[in-house]
Ligand binder design. Structure first.
Ligand code: AR6
Length: 175
């Protein structure tokens, strides 16, 4: 599914984010910037050790923050490591919004034209996917209505179920 937001493309697709050919893909990271399982594990395997080595130089960051590294052997040139909240730690909605917003800002600061997000925090971190779709889509739509060089933002969802949740939310937001 694709929608136009003031001449920027917002797109939903189903699949493996490590196969995306956008300028950057977003990692569902932790504050230590240590690549564990889920999206991070897939990035580590396909991207090679260079990504973790760059993360080590950056060091720990805050929940809601985002940091950029090379994409190593991935198709995407960069990985933006977005630190989503772990369910139960408190103030999760705000932190997820900030992780999304800071990723978009980092992409712009690096003059990137396209970026692909996973459904941050909805795997190992246990955040409900419906609420994730609401927050991440609203934050992205608002951002694309402002000043940005980003031409294309993709949400790459893992499996039909996740895709459907995002599709329903987007249909509701852009009737
Ligand atoms: N492509 C797209 N989406 C994926 C992929 C993939 N290859 N693999 C999983 N997903 P998660 P989190 C979906 O667990 O909850 C790691 O250990 C998955 O179905 O990757 O933010 C990190 O190092 C889910 O919907 O991230 C952190 O410590 C979504 O991506 C921690 O897990 C996010 O799942 C982060 O946990």
């Amino acid at each position: 599914m694709k929608v136009d937001i003031e001449n920027h493309v917002l797109e939903l697709t189903e699949g493996d984010i490590t196969e995306m050919q956008t300028d950057a893909i977003v990692n569902a990271a932790n504050a230590q910037l240590v690549l564990g399982g889920g999206v991070a594990g897939a990035i580590r395997k396909k991207g090679g050790p260079e990504i973790q080595q760059e993360c080590n130089k950056i060091g720990p960051t805050f929940v809601g923050g985002a940091a950029i590294t090379t994409g190593g052997n991935l198709k995407a040139k960069y990985v933006i490591h977005a630190v989503g909240p772990r369910m139960g730690e408190g103030n999760e909605d705000e932190k997820l919004k900030n992780a999304t917003l800071n990723s978009l800002k980092v992409a712009d600061e690096n003059h990137l034209k396209s970026i692909a997000f996973p459904a941050i925090s909805t795997g190992i971190f246990g955040f409900p996917i419906q609420r994730c779709a609401e927050i991440m889509l609203k934050t992205t739509i608002d951002y694309l209505k402002g000043q940005t060089g980003l031409q294309r933002v993709v949400f790459c969802l893992f499996g039909q179920e996740s895709y459907k949740v995002f599709e329903n939310q987007l249909n509701r937001k852009i009737p």
